[in-house]
Design a protein around this ligand. Sequence first.
Ligand SMILES: C[S@@+](CC[C@H](N)C(=O)[O-])C[C@H]1O[C@@H](n2cnc3c(N)ncnc32)[C@H](O)[C@@H]1O
Length: 186
Amino acid sequence: MPRGLIGRLLGRIMAWHNGLDSEWTVRLLHIGNDEQILEVGFGPGAAIESLVKLHPSVQIAGIDHSEAMLDAASSRNRDAIVAGNVILQLGSVENLPFVNSTFDKAFSIHCIYFWEKPVQGLRELYRVLKPGGRLAITVRDKNREAYQAFRPEKLEQMLHRAGFTTVEIAANGVSAHPLICAVGTK
Ligand SMILES: C[S@@+](CC[C@H](N)C(=O)[O-])C[C@H]1O[C@@H](n2cnc3c(N)ncnc32)[C@H](O)[C@@H]1O
């Protein structure tokens, strides 16, 4: 990991990109007032922070399997947690600690690459969404090997296998930082 001035500069560029990725993803979900929202793999919690600013009336739950990320995201979102608008927990996408049909919307950004069984994770997300609920999965739009399993047509197939009836694919169109997002509806 680069240190010093270059490290700080790269950190700022990464944080700026992550902010854009989360805002773009969240907008694709068309979040309404008072909805219940879930994020899986919140990392340092930047998406939750921007979601609270954009939609102050929603209730947000977050799951991440890293204790370090839970600490970082909890400290970044302390006020919203204290106010009762955000609940963050340790957990894994393979076994979500929620009853069926809990959430109106769910999303996960730059996370599905790490899931041991992506379709099983998507099935879990399907289970906890309400009928008509929407899930957004955002990934890098690159033809590199690491992303081959998550090209648009493959994401679409996986979401259908998990039970989603319709799947729409969106691209952010930013050549310096290309992303795709698959939005499935239950
Ligand atoms: C590359 S980071 C992305 C963080 C954030 N979404 C962002 O875009 O900045 C991936 C995150 O997913 C979490 N993660 C990976 N696999 C997971 C799983 N199976 N269940 C829950 N969280 C997971 C990691 O701990 C990490 O915080």
